[in-house]
Design a protein around this ligand. Structure first.
Ligand SMILES: Cc1cc2nc3c(=O)[nH]c(=O)nc-3n(C[C@H](O)[C@H](O)[C@H](O)COP(=O)(O)O)c2cc1C
Length: 238
């Protein structure tokens, strides 16, 4: 199986250690590709909207964005990690997610995303881990990913991995390994079930695109939906 990991920080700190514990379960039989932000996607979206106009290759950061996209589309399991920075995901992660605005369902979602599984690992000192995960989950769910597992930790007192007490580290290890084992046992030849939330989003956008297409059949997003057969009977899930 293939795993693509997007690390919201380059630091080899607590987030990194937690991700390493999670991946341990997969090391023997998975092909793991990791990206570290901001290094692997250093530019901010400048709002040129080329990507929305079906010219994502003209984005000034296309070289970085398209490399990550290819890897995300090929993976069986997506892993996103981030510490909470002022209650939210890191600026680096947000900057990368902005580049994928054109893959949100109201625009041109990739059919490969439907049926994919994802894990989001966040941690914080005391508060903000959940809202950090939500920042990432918002994008994944609007990309069409249905099965998204969130693992969030509160460190409470110490944020230096080397100073965190052993009992606490053992608790983190236990929880992460348990979820990793469950995720490892999945048969990835079968797509994840596309749940009601994703289907609801899809049908709402389909109505919108149908109406936009009546006004202007040359509208980029409408043409994409039409070409995929989604305005008709085809669906991106199996
Ligand atoms: C800029 C910055 C902002 C942070 N904001 C929060 C926060 O809002 N809530 C919180 O509980 N911890 C916060 N933290 C702590 C981090 O979430 C995290 O626990 C800490 O940076 C250790 O993780 P790391 O070693 O992976 O960087 C913040 C840390 C930094 C550097």
């Amino acid at each position: 199986m293939k795993i693509t990991v997007i690390n919201g920080t380059e630091k080899h700190g607590v987030t990194y250690r937690m991700k390493e514990i999670f991946l341990e379960e997969f090391r023997n039989d998975a092909e793991i590709t990791e990206y570290y932000l901001p290094k692997d996607c250093p530019g901010f979206c400048c709002g040129c909207t080329q990507c929305f106009r079906e010219q994502q290759h003209l984005c000034k950061d296309a070289e970085y964005v398209q490399r990550i996209e290819k890897s995300l589309l090929e993976a069986d399991l997506l892993v996103f990690t981030s510490p909470a920075y002022v209650f939210h995901t890191t600026g680096a992660m947000k900057a990368m997610l902005d580049h994928f605005g054109y893959r949100w369902m109201p625009h041109r979602p990739a059919k490969e995303m439907f049926g994919k599984r994802a894990v989001i690992i966040t941690q914080c000192l005391g508060s903000g881990g959940k809202s950090t995960a939500k920042d990432i989950k918002d994008s994944l769910s609007w990309w069409g990913v249905t099965e998204i597992k969130v693992i969030s930790f509160k460190l409470m007192s110490e944020i230096d991995w080397n100073k965190i007490e052993e009992k606490k580290k053992a608790d983190f290890q236990k929880k992460l390994s348990k979820i990793a084992k469950k995720m490892h046992a999945i048969d990835y030849t079968k797509p994840a079930h596309t749940g009601l939330g994703t289907r609801f989003k899809f049908y709402a956008v389909r109505m919108l695109q149908t109406s936009l297409g009546k006004q202007n059949p040359e509208y980029t997003d409408y043409k994409y939906w039409k070409a995929n057969g989604w305005i008709d009977k085809v669906r991106p899930w199996k």
